[in-house]
Each structure stands twice: as structure tokens, then as C-alpha cells.
Design a protein around this ligand. Structure first.
Ligand code: URP
Ligand code: ZN
Ligand code: ZN
Ligand code: ZN
Length: 455
């Protein structure tokens, strides 16, 4: 055997038990008590937790946006991922008018081939149907391993927004080929209305980013997406949900039996819109914005009740000088924040503090995204799966600072956050990529995850 991890407390979405895990050729080959195995490398994990690597189902690496490009390249973003216990990242390539899905994805895959330090998959954003040619390409995309597509109901001026007719066409075609449709839901017309009004009134601080897209602006679009998906009986995955009203509508539709899934992000579980009143409020500008305390509480409640399916990051950092473009005009702040390295430590810390169980943290950050998005070799510590493994020390405390993170950005909204318990090792397909504070992986080691269609 290549690797034996002994005496750890093994945590899966369903079980907790003390045991050993044997790894050979990148796969988990045996799980049990006192395995009689000889291995090249033996790691004693006594007193530690052994978890499946996290899957961050929502990142934007090297993404052209807001007049610039997000600060983390595929190399920096996946290096940071490894150091936060994330063994697979999903990125969002952006199909543009005149371009196909597979060529869009292949351009990004070519970069990942040399840069990715952990495994990677793609949801493809659809911005233009190219007179229907894009819909005809869905089946080929699914066969290629792209089994999810995304539509933005906002970002008109960025040329990313789709109308309801396009959304329904995508939902129907995705259903036909066994794909999931991911939606960014906010109402663009209301955002434009409020934005114009605030600018006219000279209300230009980061607070007005929130005020131009408050709870009901997200709720309307959440409900619209739920309505269309339910009406045509298609699968829907609402990304980065942040508001209580929309959440409740989505949960209700789920409970009625519709194929609807909900993602939220650590930033919505930690912060409220009050951050936009801070002097550095622009650094917290992302869309949708953080909401009020009631929404934050509702998200935690839904997490505890099992109504939220995944927690992912929407990792999309920008440098301070770029955030500063919007010092005197919130519309000029590039939207997005850092998070990929903080996802698993944050959710596991919540488990360590008793807010949720460790099993639930694993389910939200690993097992569910693997299942929902067809990564059949990922998301659990079962025999035959990829040996994507995190060893976690429940007693190691870390205070997050930009100086101990592994991305390329120069500031983080998580600065000063105390994390109770921390990953000490990350393995991707049996290879050690993170060891006690240090990145030890190799750019280009990460592999494309060819995903399965939905049944
Ligand atoms: O503010 C954000 N979230 N930026 C990234 C693009 C998106 O909306 O997901
Ligand atoms: Zn979004
Ligand atoms: Zn996003
Ligand atoms: Zn502690």
C-alpha cells in the first residue's frame, strides 16, 4: 500500500468511528479497525478526525469581472483550496455570444492542466443561446463531463444576464440531458432602479450596495426561479442563497417534492449587512450582499434542519486597490470576496463548537456536492473512492489573517476570525498537498473531474 492512516476518528456524512484507511494508487482500498496492512507511509491520526476532502462547488478563478480579473489564478486558488482541506473545486467558465460550451470549458481546462493543485470540475455559465446552437450542444457537454449549467438573472451591463425565456429553455434542455441548472437569483430591474436613485441622491457608500439589493430583491428572483423550475419539473440549484424569504420559498417547494437544491456560503452565515457600514465596507461587497440578522438566523436554522444542501464559497477575491475604485461610488466596486481556504475550517469549527455535527459539516461540504453534481468518485471515505482525505486537529486554533492564507489576494474579509480546530493535512488522490500550515502540492497535479449526468 502507498499510505495507511491509522487510529483516526473517521467521519462520514452518516457515521463516526475509530479506524484505519489504506490507500493505494490514489484510491481508498480498505477501511476498518486495526488493518493488517504494510504501507510505504504510515500516518498516526490518533486524537485527530479523518474526513473526506471538501468540494467547493462555487469558485470564480481568474474570472474577468467588474473591469478586472479576480485575484486568484487557478494556481493560487487551488493552492489555497488545498490548504483549507478542499480537494475539488468547481469553477464557472463563462460562455459568451458566438462561442460554444466545450470550447469555453476547454480554454479553462488548458490552464488547469498546468496550474491546478487539486481536482477541478466546471459548471458552464450560459450567457447567450447563439440562436439555439448552445441548447443543441448540451448533450455533448454532458458527455464531456459538464453536467451543470448556470444562468445569471442579473449582471445586465456585464452581458451575463439571461431573461426568463432563456432560463426556461435552459431548464428544459438541462432536464432532457440529465443536467442541473444553477441560478444566481436577484432582480435586475429593482437593482437598477435603486442604484440610479441612490447615485442621484449622492448616496454612494458601500452601504448602498446593500440598500440597492436588499432582501426582497433577492427573494423575488429566488421565487421566480423556483416557480419556473417547479412548473417545468426541472432540477434547480440556487447558488449563494442569502435571504430568509427566498429560502423559505425554496424549502417549501423542496418539501412539495420539487427537485430543488440550496447552496449558501460562509459569509452569509457569519456576517450581516452591518459590514457595509464599516470604513472598509467595500471589501465585503459581493452579490447578493450579506443580509440582516433574521436572514442569517434563518440560514443557520435551515442548515440544522437539513433544508440547505451545500455550503460553498463563491470565492472571487479582488485586490484592495481594485476594491478602492468604489470608495466614492459603490457601483465601481468589483463584486466578490475570498473564501475557498476558509470553507471547511469554518464549517468544521461550527461543528467543533456544537452548532452542527461533524457529519453534517461533511455532508454539506463534501458528500452532497459530490452527489448533486455527479462526482461519483468523490465525497466519501468508502472503498473505491478517490483518496481525497483531510486530517483535522480539533484542538488546533488558528486566527485567520491574510498572512497565513495561501491565495494571491492582499486582504480578506475573514481577517481576525478565530477558528477552533483546523486541518493539518490534505491528501488529493493519496498525494499529500498540505502539511501543517504549508502547501506541499504540485501545480498541474489536479485532474479534471468528468461528471455523471443526473438520473
Ligand atoms: O459577488 C460575487 N458573487 N461575484 C462573483 C460572481 C457571482 O455573482 O457569483
Ligand atoms: Zn452569483
Ligand atoms: Zn458566484
Ligand atoms: Zn480551541
Amino acid at each position: 500500500m502507498d499510505l495507511l492512516i491509522k487510529n483516526g476518528t473517521i467521519i462520514t456524512a452518516a457515521e463516526t468511528f475509530v479506524g484505519d484507511i489504506a490507500v493505494n494508487d490514489g484510491k481508498i482500498v480498505c477501511v476498518g479497525m486495526n488493518l493488517p496492512v504494510v504501507a510505504e507511509k504510515v500516518v498516526d491520526a490518533a486524537g485527530k478526525l479523518v474526513l473526506p476532502g471538501a468540494i467547493d462547488a462555487h469558485t470564480h478563478l481568474a474570472m474577468p469581472f467588474g473591469g478586472t480579473v479576480s485575484a486568484d489564478s487557478y494556481l493560487a486558488g487551488t493552492r489555497a483550496a488545498a490548504c483549507g482541506g478542499v480537494t475539488t473545486v468547481f469553477d464557472y467558465p463563462m460562455q459568451r455570444k458566438g462561442f460554444g460550451i466545450i470550447e469555453t470549458v476547454e480554454a479553462r481546462k488548458a490552464i488547469c492542466d498546468v496550474e491546478a493543485c487539486v481536482d477541478y470540475a466546471f459548471h458552464c455559465c450560459i450567457t447567450d443561446l447563439n440562436d439555439g446552437a448552445i441548447l443543441d450542444e448540451f448533450e455533448a457537454a454532458v458527455n464531456y463531463g459538464i453536467t451543470s449549467f448556470k444562468c445569471f438573472l442579473v449582471y445586465k451591463k456585464e452581458g451575463m444576464m439571461v431573461d426568463d425565456g432563456t432560463l426556461v429553455k435552459v431548464l428544459l434542455k438541462a432536464k432532457e440531458v440529465g443536467a442541473m441548472t444553477n441560478i444566481h437569483a436577484e432582480n435586475p430591474d429593482l437593482i437598477d432602479l435603486y442604484t440610479a436613485q441612490f447615485l442621484k441622491e449622492g448616496k454612494t457608500s458601500a452601504w448602498y450596495h446593500y440598500m440597492s439589493r436588499p432582501e426582497f430583491v433577492e427573494a423575488e428572483a429566488d421565487k421566480r426561479a423556483v416557480h419556473w423550475a417547479s412548473s417545468v419539473e426541472a432540477s434547480l440549484y440556487l447558488v449563494h442563497m442569502a435571504d430568509k424569504e427566498g429560502l423559505e420559498a425554496a424549502v417549501a417547494a423542496k418539501r412539495e417534492g420539487h427537485d430543488i437544491y440550496i447552496e449558501t456560503c460562509p459569509q452569509y452565515l457569519e456576517f450581516t449587512c452591518d459590514v457595509y457600514k464599516r470604513e472598509d465596507g467595500r471589501n465585503f461587497v459581493c452579490s447578493p450582499p450579506m443580509k440582516g440578522e433574521e436572514s442569517k438566523e434563518a440560514l443557520w436554522k435551515a442548515i440544522r434542519q437539513g433544508a440547505i444542501d451545500t455550503v460553498a464559497t463563491d470565492h472571487c477575491p479582488f485586490q484592495s486597490y481594485e476594491k478602492d475604485w468604489g470608495k466614492d461610488d459603490f457601483t465601481k466596486i468589483p463584486n466578490g470576496c475570498a473564501g475557498v481556504e476558509n470553507l471547511y475550517p469554518y464549517m468544521l469549527s461550527a461543528a467543533n463548537e456544537g452548532k452542527i455535527t461533524f457529519n453534517r459539516a461533511v455532508e454539506l461540504c463534501s458528500t452532497n456536492p459530490a452527489k448533486l453534481f455527479g462526482c461519483k468518485q468523490k465525497g466519501s471515505l468508502a472503498v473505491g473512492k478517490d483518496a481525497d482525505i483531510v486530517i483535522y486537529d480539533p484542538y488546533k486554533d488558528v486566527t485567520i489573517s491574510v498572512s497565513n492564507m495561501h491565495s494571491d489576494y492582499d486582504h480578506t474579509i475573514w481577517e481576525g476570525k478565530k477558528i477552533h480546530g483546523y486541518p493539518v493535512q490534505t491528501y488529493v488522490r493519496g498525494k499529500l498537498v498540505y502539511d501543517n500550515g504549508d502547501f506541499v502540492g504540485t501545480p498541474g497535479f489536479g485532474e479534471f473531474v468528468k461528471r455523471e449526468p443526473r438520473k
